[in-house]
Ligand binder design. Structure first.
Ligand code: AMP
Length: 512
């Protein structure tokens, strides 16, 4: 298909019904589909509602919404109105949301319904009323109803590429959540770059089984997909059945997700190969990111869906990618090459291995700085930012990610990367998901501890799993403590939530 349209160069232009694009489907969510013309009209209407509410450029809007077509209209409508967006995951707890609202002082909070299944929703009216200054609180159904008769305001708000457009909060695993502030121009550059490396174009149908409040879904899939003139398929509750149904119905060409979703899909595809094949009919690219992908999980997905899983590596502070595997090359087992949009250096852990160490990045396309307790701590573009991730670069420039520095286990003075132990566990035929952490131990400093969930109908004992690892990885690395669990806890993006793992459940294994 040849298309006569222009790749948007500003956030206000994303989702526009340009010539050639107007009738094309931009978004789908279950049975609902929106063409680019529909979406453009909805974004303008959302802009109109913001203006009617008296919001002016530079005001902050908090979105507390699950993924939906209304989210997309509210998001780009805010960009067209020159507002600064703070999308928050509605699954965050009331304390965390209360802290962010009180320090960031938004003009408007646009939230899901009072009875929506999120812990904060019922308490939100009281929480917002107690704030000083008190923001407006509007529920999404009322916002959408006002869009029907909003005066469509096509007046272009002129925004400079250096202007702040978006504040994304980190998950706050250590201390208070921090808000990464992003420039308009950086978001556009990053979206264009990931589209180029991943080869995303107007014929693509991108599956988005991720929350739109997180960079992966928001920047790579929603922003990138719409910049490319593709179709973005929203699956707000990504059970394997819902994902397969959406893939089949919309004939998805690019499937992107976190590793836990790939593991669940591989399992589903194995038990129902016909459904897997029907879903993968047009699939040309699968792409994992957000957390380590055990090679066995990638292989299991390929066996069921016929497409290998490529990887990418990103973070909230970069919105989004730091390294990406090209769509044109076979997967390397790593996360691909470093993005040319950033400067990089590797700070070696030891002089003997100069290509292995903590990755630092710099440049204008990563965040402008963090908001800490409501105040921006500006970050000069030339200043190195430590990712906290330990990487290795091979001779071809491919990056292999070990783990976060602070998750590295030091057992008896030896370094153990949890991802290596997780990969060994995931290669056991009974294992669905594995998460490895270090737990304090008087004798060895930190002991290697594994939490594992099993495939349906499969069985394995802690000792079997420890012995399986012992036969595959170094003696100091195999887990001496194992817990077999029904399910592993995950965060809203689907990443395994290691801090919620309870060491009291671990059993010592005596595998000798
Ligand atoms: P967040 O900002 O919440 O998305 O978390 C970013 C962190 O997720 C990175 O610093 C990495 O530690 C981890 N991460 C992201 N992508 C990958 C990947 N492909 N493999 C392993 N870890 C990843």
């Amino acid at each position: 298909m040849t298309m006569d349209w222009t790749i948007p160069s500003t956030l206000s232009d994303v989702g526009r019904a340009q010539p050639g694009l107007g009738d094309k489907i931009a978004l789908s969510d279950g049975a609902q589909t929106l063409s680019y013309a529909d979406l453009d009209q909805q974004i303008d209407a959302a802009h109109g509602v913001y203006a009617a509410l008296g919001l002016t450029p530079g005001d902050r809007v908090v979105l507390l919404l699950p993924a939906s077509t209304s989210f997309v209209a509210a998001y780009f409508g805010a960009h067209r109105a020159g507002l600064i967006l703070i999308p928050l995951n509605p699954l965050l707890g009331p304390d965390e949301i209360g802290f962010i609202l009180s320090t960031m002082r938004p003009a408007l909070v646009l939230a899901a319904a009072t009875d929506a299944p999120f812990p904060v929703m019922a308490a939100l009216d009281d929480l917002v009323a107690a704030l000083d200054p008190t923001p407006r609180l509007i529920r999404i159904a009322d916002f959408v109803a006002s869009m029907a008769d909003a005066a469509i305001d096509r007046a272009a708000i002129v925004r400079h590429p250096d202007d702040e457009a978006l504040i994304l909060f980190t998950s706050g695993t250590s201390g208070r959540p921090k808000g990464a502030s992003h420039r308009e121009g950086a978001l556009i550059t990053n979206g264009r770059h990931s589209n180029g490396v991943l080869g995303i174009g107007p014929n693509d149908v991108l599956l988005c089984p991720l929350p739109l409040s997180h960079v992966f879904g928001q920047i790579v899939l929603m922003l990138g997909g719409l910049m490319a003139g593709g179709e973005v398929v929203i699956v707000a509750r990504p059970s394997p059945d819902a994902v397969l149904a959406a893939m089949t119905e919309r004939q998805v060409t690019i499937m992107a997700a976190v590793p836990t979703i790939f593991a669940a899909l591989a399992e589903k595809g194995r038990s129902d190969p016909d459904a897997g094949h029907a879903a993968a009919r047009r699939l040309r690219f699968a792409f994992a990111g957000g957390a380590p992908l055990p090679p066995a999980t990638g292989e299991a997905f390929r066996a069921s869906f016929g497409v290998p899983v490529h990887q990418g590596y990103g973070m909230t502070e970069v919105a989004c990618c730091i390294a990406l595997e090209s769509h044109a090359l076979p997967p390397s087992g790593g996360v691909g090459r470093l993005c040319t949009t950033l400067d990089h250096r590797i700070v070696p852990i030891s002089a003997d291995t100069p290509d292995e160490g903590e990755l630092e990045i710099a440049g204008p396309n990563l965040m402008r700085g963090y908001y800490v307790d409501g105040y921006l701590q500006p970050r000069p573009a030339t200043q190195w930012f430590s990712t906290g991730d330990i990487v290795r670069r091979d001779g071809d420039g491919n990056i292999f990610l070990f783990d976060r520095k602070k998750e590295m286990i030091i057992r008896n003075g030896y370094n153990v990367y949890p991802s290596e132990v997780e990969a060994a566990l995931a290669s056991h035929p009974a294992v669905l998901l594995a998460a490895v952490i270090g737990v304090e131990d008087a004798a060895v400093g930190q002991e290697v501890a594994a939490f594992v969930s099993l495939r349906e109908g499969a069985s394995a004992t802690p000792m079997e799993l420890a012995n399986w690892c012992r036969a595959r990885i170094a003696l100091y690395k195999y887990p001496r403590l194992v817990a077999i669990m029904e399910r592993l806890p995950t965060n809203a993006t689907g990443k395994i939530l290691k801090r919620a793992l309870d060491p009291a459940l671990l059993q010592p294994v005596d595998s000798l």
